[in-house]
Design a protein around this ligand. Structure first.
Ligand SMILES: Cc1cc2nc3c(=O)[nH]c(=O)nc-3n(C[C@H](O)[C@H](O)[C@H](O)COP(=O)(O)OP(=O)(O)OC[C@H]3O[C@@H](n4cnc5c(N)ncnc54)[C@H](O)[C@@H]3O)c2cc1C
Length: 497
């Protein structure tokens, strides 16, 4: 068993990584464990990437409090961690006379939650602001504090900054059970051995129920995944600048049409309750998404869909056997009484991305209330240095970069203009990219029209060379997803034998 840690965080999604980053400002030995081959492979890389203003959650709920507390933190966070963030505001759009009442209700709810600057705009003004909008629009709610981010870039930036400040990250390390002394948690048992710690934070997303049950906490709580499917539209064909929500129906924000910071428009998500984890997209789900999107922007042409994906919301169970307990509407953020040493999170579905920095602060407050004394590190470094993105540079900057390192002159992904220099930088970054998907999420390689058919062999080759392993060992997303079976010569030799 290794030296004890002060805090172990289970789960490397945006919430776990933001908690790691926040705790790394203090004199603590930190470990983050993630069961997958990369951080951010759960809900944190498959969502709408919207930093919500905060008019949607029920007033008084933890969701409302965390959302509204976190929203203003994002400008500073983006500045320190150097990830793209654009506070361009968002709209809820009514397309019938009846829906106008829904806008009034949201406006009132937003005001109760303390969301600044919201107001209603006329149909004419909405048509002016978004020329692609359904011409039958009847009015809209404008929330100027809404924003857009690159959701994976946020997760990786927070994790890297935590590592800069001394946090250890172990990938492919799955929590299995707690090490206990009486009711005191003293560490975790994983597939890679035991790790001791004074505190353990449960940030395991879809597996948060399994983790808390291992400590005997809330046995009645169960995650019921809610799948949301999306279509990505070709940016050369249609580009919507705005974030457009429909008037919400019960329990869901509805199917939106939104810009992304990469230039594509995405449509989705629907909301389907599942009894198991299933990330596949379905014909019925995509049909529902399409019909929903056409209500807001009738000119969307489905021939322009270049990709589809699905994310799973880690929603708690609506009804459970304990009378009066309903887990499907709010976050759990607590230090439970039954055990000592656990910070327990659960049901962190939307707006969990937006709320992540406030959830991280709340974790510190709860630990302080439980007697933990936090001492600020003298050498804490809040700035995570950016790495160059070739396509975003001016001609002069590109030339200077190439003169310094000619690998930036070799274009690997033609659709998204990603260079070999960028890919190599990610392989040697503080959280090294070790799989094709890890390179894709960080650099946007393979996300254009050709969907990776040109770049994939090159990326596999670069990964193998830089990691000093055989190309046969390179995977798409971790063990079991290898691209190559054996070398052609071996196949020939086999046939010839
Ligand atoms: C379709 C959809 C749309 C959304 N849109 C938005 C939006 O626009 N704005 C917004 O604010 N929020 C949105 N959300 C919500 C947001 O994405 C989530 O709340 C947020 O990503 C949750 O982060 P997390 O770190 O808790 O979970 P995750 O990202 O799922 O991370 C949990 C991590 O724990 C790891 N893990 C699980 N079990 C173990 C184990 N045993 N050992 C070690 N590691 C383990 C997982 O592999 C995973 O990486 C959306 C969600 C979905 C699904």
């Amino acid at each position: 068993m290794t030296q004890p840690y002060d805090v172990i965080i289970i789960g490397g999604g945006v919430v776990g990584c933001m908690i790691a980053r926040t705790l790394s400002a203090y004199q603590l030995r930190l470990l983050l464990i993630e069961k997958e081959a990369d951080i951010g492979m759960g809900a944190s890389s498959a969502n709408s990437a919207i930093v919500h203003a905060g008019y949607d959650p029920v007033p008084g709920s933890l969701k409302a409090k965390m959302n509204v507390a976190a929203n203003p933190m994002w400008d500073n966070l983006a500045g320190e961690l150097n990830f793209p963030f654009d506070r361009r505001g968002d709209y809820v759009v009514a397309v019938t006379a009846d829906e106008l009442q829904g806008l009034e209700l949201l406006l009132e709810q937003g005001r109760k939650n303390g969301v600044p600057g919201m107001h209603l705009i006329s149909a004419e003004e909405m048509r002016h602001r978004e020329p692609n909008i359904n011409p039958n629009v009847t009015g809209a709610l404008w929330a100027p504090t809404g924003g857009l981010c690159d959701t994976f870039a946020v997760t990786v930036a927070a994790a890297e900054n935590a590592v800069q400040n001394g946090c250890q990250v172990l990938l492919e390390t799955a929590f299995e059970s707690f090490l206990m002394e009486g009711s005191q948690i003293i560490g975790v048992h994983t597939n890679r051995g035991d790790f001791r710690a004074r505190w353990v934070v449960n940030a395991a997303g879809l597996n948060a129920d399994f983790v808390m049950h291992q400590a005997g906490v809330r046995p009645e709580f169960k995650i019921t995944p809610r799948r949301g499917e999306y279509c990505v539209l070709d940016q050369a064909e249609i580009s919507i600048h705005n974030v457009l929500f429909p008037v919400p129906s019960c329990g869901s924000k509805g199917i939106l049409v939104t810009a992304t910071l990469h230039g594509n428009t995405i449509i989705g998500p629907n909301a389907e309750l599942l009894d198991r984890e299933d990330h596949a997209t379905t014909r019925a789900g995509l049909e529902e998404v399409t019909q929903g999107a056409l209500k807001l922007v009738p000119s969307i042409n489905l021939r322009h869909v270049i990709a589809t994906f699905a994310g799973l919301r880690a929603r708690g169970n609506a009804r459970c056997e304990t009378p009066g307990v309903n887990y499907d509407s709010d976050f759990i953020i607590e230090i439970p009484k039954e055990v000592r040493g656990l910070v327990n999170l659960g049901g962190i579905d939307s707006p969990g991305l937006t709320a992540a920095p406030a959830i991280a602060r709340r974790v510190v407050e709860l630990m302080e209330d439980a007697g933990e004394k936090f001492i600020q590190k003298r050498d804490y470094e809040p700035i995570r240095p950016p790495r160059p993105r070739f396509r975003h540079l001016s001609r002069a900057e590109q030339t200077a970069l190439i003169q310094n390192d000619p690998r930036y002159a070799r274009v690997v992904c033609r659709c998204e203009l990603v260079t070999e220099g960028e890919i190599i930088a990610e392989i040697h970054a503080p959280i090294p990219a070790r799989t094709y998907d890890a390179i894709k999420r960080r650099t946007w390689t393979g996300t254009g029209r050709c969907l990776g058919s040109f770049d994939m062999p090159r990326v596999v080759d670069i990964l193998a060379r830089e990691m000093g392993v055989s190309p046969l060992e390179i995977t798409k997303k971790g063990s079991g997803s290898e691209f190559l079976y054996r070398t052609t010569k071996e196949v020939e030799a086999h046939h010839g034998a």
